[in-house]
Design a protein around this ligand. Structure first.
Ligand code: NAP
Length: 297
């Protein structure tokens, strides 16, 4: 019997672990892939208080080491199911906890083109900081209008010969500060009110087809395509036990409490206004404190 099982080892889950371990609780962290979550894809974090500049990988490593030093037990297993009695079923084992914290974050949204999957790893990527270096002096396109797309375009402009930033509207959702920096770069071109409707290539991506607001089609020759059109949750496995909204995000009251007793949610997996590192770690700490309080009653 664990005091708390934390599902997901991103910033929210690891912060929950930090707080629970410091309170001397017996915890288990279950992670399907690798620790760090989405933040490892951030090449530079500049909006975390008191840290002027850090890479996502370094942030994740530091947090992981901090938790590891406190004796965290982490198992790389995929959670398949939980139940109201707080049993957790993975692809390898079944565990029991007094409380569960779901910190499964969100995954990259697909653009939705039929041929998209075929080109993943063959010129198509969802992570500029992971794959950007393959495009030194080449031509790339970034699709999206949020902070991720703007940051990716900035990052790639330092590596690639040319960066096309393609966005479906004429206004960016991302911060003005990034847009300002991008406008100053000679090798960045903006393609606004534009949608990518087709990806072409033989072995690898060779070009994409762009449709503008007047429905005109044009072909753009590129070597790499970075899709940054937001995230979506991975909460299907929890949806029969706790309430989720129509997009699949977990509905929370008091920030981190789900519709079931002693099952909490922290980070991007829940309905919230701002999905950032600061709010993920805030959720992680709050979920742990609330869980500890509840199971100590
Ligand atoms: P996002 O803010 O949700 O933006 C997604 C973008 O993709 C939007 O511009 C959206 O267009 C566009 N889009 C969505 N579906 C599309 C489709 N099918 N075809 C074409 N375009 C599509 O996602 P994000 O940029 O990944 O950011 C997620 C969260 O993380 C945000 O809260 C963001 O602020 C945060 N974040 C913060 C930082 C930072 O602070 N350093 C860095 C990265 C991310 P519309 O605008 O037209 O809807």
């Amino acid at each position: 019997m664990y005091d708390i099982i934390i599902i997901g080892a991103g910033p929210a889950g690891l912060t929950a672990a930090l707080y629970a371990l410091r309170a001397n609780k017996k915890i288990l962290i279950l992670e399907a892939k690798a620790y760090g979550g989405q933040i490892v894809a951030a090449h530079k974090i500049e909006n975390y208080p008191a840290i002027e500049n850090i890479s996502g990988v370094d942030f994740a490593d530091n947090l992981y080491k901090q938790v590891e030093k406190l004796g965290a037990e982490i198992k790389y297993e995929t959670v398949l199911k939980i139940n109201e009695e707080r049993s957790v079923f993975t692809d390898k084992n079944t565990y029991q906890a007094k409380a569960i914290i779901i910190a499964t974050g969100a995954k990259n949204r697909r653009l939705g083109l039929l041929e998209e999957q075929k080109f993943v790893g063959k010129g198509l990527s969802y992570c500029a900081s992971c794959d950007g270096n393959f495009y030194k002096d080449k031509d790339v396109a970034v699709i999206g209008g949020g902070n991720t797309a703007l940051e990716d375009a900035l990052y790639l402009a330092n590596i690639a010969r040319k960066v096309y930033l393609i966005h479906r509207r004429d206004v960016f959702r991302g911060e003005e500060a990034y847009y300002k920096k991008l406008k100053e770069l000679d090798n960045v071109s903006f393609m606004l009110n534009s949608n990518c409707v087709k990806i072409d290539g033989d072995e690898r991506i060779e070009s994409i087809t762009i449709k503008d607001k007047d429905e005109n089609l044009s072909e753009l020759k590129i070597d790499g395509l970075f899709i940054a059109v937001g995230q979506e949750p991975s909460n299907e496995i929890f949806a029969d036990v706790i309430d989720v909204d129509d997009k699949g995000y977990i509905i929370a009251h008091d920030d981190v409490c789900t519709s079931k007793d002693k099952i909490y949610v922290a980070g991007d997996a829940r309905v919230k206004t701002l999905r950032q590192l600061t709010t993920a770690v805030a959720d992680g700490s709050l979920a742990a404190v609330m869980a500890i309080k509840e199971i100590s009653k």
